[in-house]
Write a protein that binds this ligand. Structure first.
Ligand SMILES: CC(C)(COP(=O)(O)OP(=O)(O)OC[C@H]1O[C@@H](n2cnc3c(N)ncnc32)[C@H](O)[C@@H]1OP(=O)(O)O)[C@@H](O)C(=O)NCCC(=O)NCCS
Length: 177
């Protein structure tokens, strides 16, 4: 993936030696389950995910410039809910030690710029589980438009089925801001 830079962050492809940083935040019960995956129990869990990130090449490592540490991940994926080759879906997690600094909104503005100005993308969607107020705030602050609720559309790691709250931004909306 193309490396992207913001004032405080670098978004770059994952590398094998990011394993310790990934395992550190992926163990937290407050991180993965809010994004739909169970906390990692062993380093091997993290290694399998790391290999997938490297192979699929659609997730950036979020590196904090100050510490030069990988503090989260930012994905730009195919949106399986839309039959549109030019659509993408974003997804992100941040180590809970770094929450509240506005890092994900900062990364989001850079990813939107990249997707709309450098890739041939015409709409970006983002979804959060109905209970995820923190992600809701990121999405609101980033300027996405609320679309509605897709009911009973995601299965959580504990087996519960929950609603997805759906938002999007079109290229025209991004460029007119
Ligand atoms: C959602 C998430 C990515 C937000 O990233 P962030 O860089 O902390 O975003 P912000 O700093 O803008 O904070 C967003 C909101 O989180 C809440 N928040 C901030 N610091 C917090 C903290 N230390 N503890 C709990 N909540 C906090 C606030 O409600 C804040 O909104 P506000 O700006 O109106 O005060 C992060 O909380 C996270 O990784 N959560 C777990 C995974 C997840 O939910 N991923 C998204 C799936 S859709």
């Amino acid at each position: 993936m193309k490396t992207l830079e913001t004032e405080r962050l670098i978004l770059r492809g994952f590398e094998e030696n990011d394993l310790d940083d990934l395992f550190e935040y992926a163990q937290s019960p407050d991180v993965g389950p809010n994004a739909g995956w169970p906390p990692h129990k062993t380093k091997e869990d993290s290694l399998n995910i790391l290999k997938m990130f490297i192979e699929k090449d659609d997730v950036w490592a979020i590196v904090e410039k100050k510490s030069n540490k990988v503090i989260g991940s930012y994905g730009l994926h195919r949106d399986l809910k839309r039959d549109n080759e030019k659509s993408k879906m974003i997804g992100y997690v941040l180590s809970d030690k770094f929450w509240g600094n506005g890092y994900v909104p900062e990364a989001t503005q850079r990813v939107l710029k990249h997707a709309f100005e450098e890739l041939d993308i015409n709409i970006i969607s983002v979804y959060h589980f109905c209970f995820n107020e923190r992600s809701k705030r990121v999405i609101e602050k980033s300027g996405f438009k609320y679309e509605g609720i897709l009911r009973l559309s995601s299965t959580l790691p504990n087996g519960d089925i929950t609603d997805d709250v759906c938002y999007s931004m079109t290229k025209d909306e991004f460029l007119s801001k």
